[in-house]
Design a protein. Structure first.
Length: 217
C-alpha cells in the first residue's frame, strides 16, 4: 500500500540488501544519473538522513554488538525513521521529487524482526502505528551471499560495524528474509544479483526505474 494518490506527487525508491551488497555504490551512480538527467531527486539513508536521525544513527551502528536490547534497538531505528520521514522524505515527495533511500522498513523487518527475534507481527504493527501504510513505491534488493558481502564490507569499513560482528547464521537469515519479502511483494520489490559488475547493475537499476516510474524519465 502506498500513500494516498491525492497527496502523492513524487516517487519513493528504497535499496535493501545485506552487508557489502554494494548499495552505496549503486546509490552514488544513480544520483549522478539523476543529476545528469536534470531530475528532481534527493538521495538519503537510514538509519539517519536527517540531522537528528543521524545522531540516533551514531548510537546504533557502532559500539558493542549487544549494546542495545532488541526492543530498544527497534524503537531507536523507528524514532530515527520518524524524524527522517517527517522532515526529509515526505516533504520531498510532496514537492514531486524522487527519493532514493539506502535502507528502510524492510531492514527493520529482517534485522530486528527476524535476526534479533522481535517477530514480524511486532515490527509491522509498530510501523503501522507510527507511519500508517507509508511504504516505498519500489524496492531494489541487492542479493549477495553473506560470505562474500561481509568480506567486501570488512575491506572498507571504519567503526560502523556493530551489525557486521554478528555471526554468519544471522547474516544468512537476513538474506533469506529479504528474499522472502521480495516473494511476498513482487509488485514492489526487485531482486538483483549483487555479484554482477557495478556498471551492469547500474544499467539494470536504471532500466527498472524507467519501467516502473517512466513518467519521470
Ligand atoms: P548501513 O549504513 O546501510 O550499512 P551497510 O553499508 O552495511 O549497508 O546500515 C547500518 C546498519 O544498520 C546495517 O548493518 C543494517 C542495520 N539496520 C538495522 O538493523 N535495522 C534497520 O532498520 C536499518 C535501517 C538498518
Amino acid at each position: 500500500m502506498h500513500i494516498s494518490a491525492a497527496s502523492k506527487k513524487g516517487y519513493f525508491i528504497t535499496f535493501e540488501g545485506g552487508e557489502g551488497s554494494g548499495k552505496s555504490t549503486q546509490l552514488k551512480l544513480l544520483s549522478t544519473y539523476f543529476e545528469k538527467s536534470g531530475l528532481p531527486f534527493i538521495a538519503t539513508r537510514e538509519p539517519g538522513g536527517s540531522e537528528n536521525a543521524e545522531k540516533i544513527r551514531s548510537l546504533l551502528v557502532s559500539g558493542a554488538v549487544d549494546s542495545w536490547d532488541p526492543v530498544t534497538e527497534t524503537l531507536l531505528f523507528t524514532a530515527a525513521r520518524s524524524d527522517h520521514l517527517n522532515r526529509i522524505v515526505k516533504p520531498a515527495i510532496t514537492e514531486g521529487k524522487i527519493v532514493i533511500c539506502d535502507r528502510f522498513f524492510d531492514s527493520t523487518l529482517v534485522y530486528q524482526g527476524i535476526g534479533k527475534g522481535i517477530g514480524e507481527v511486532y515490527i509491522k504493527s509498530l510501523h503501522n502505528m507510527v507511519f500508517g501504510n507509508f511504504m516505498p513505491d519500489l524496492t531494489v534488493i541487492l542479493d549477495i551471499a553473506p560470505e562474500i558481502g561481509l568480506k567486501r564490507a570488512d575491506a572498507r569499513r571504519g567503526n560502523e560495524n556493530r551489525f557486521e560482528q554478528l555471526d554468519i547464521k544471522f547474516h544468512q537469515n537476513i538474506r533469506e528474509g529479504f528474499l522472502q519479502i521480495a516473494q511476498n511483494e513482487m509488485e514492489r520489490c526487485v531482486v538483483l544479483d549483487a555479484t554482477k559488475d557495478t556498471e551492469t547493475l547500474h544499467k539494470q537499476i536504471v532500466g527498472i526505474i524507467k519501467e516502473k516510474c517512466g513518467v519521470f524519465l
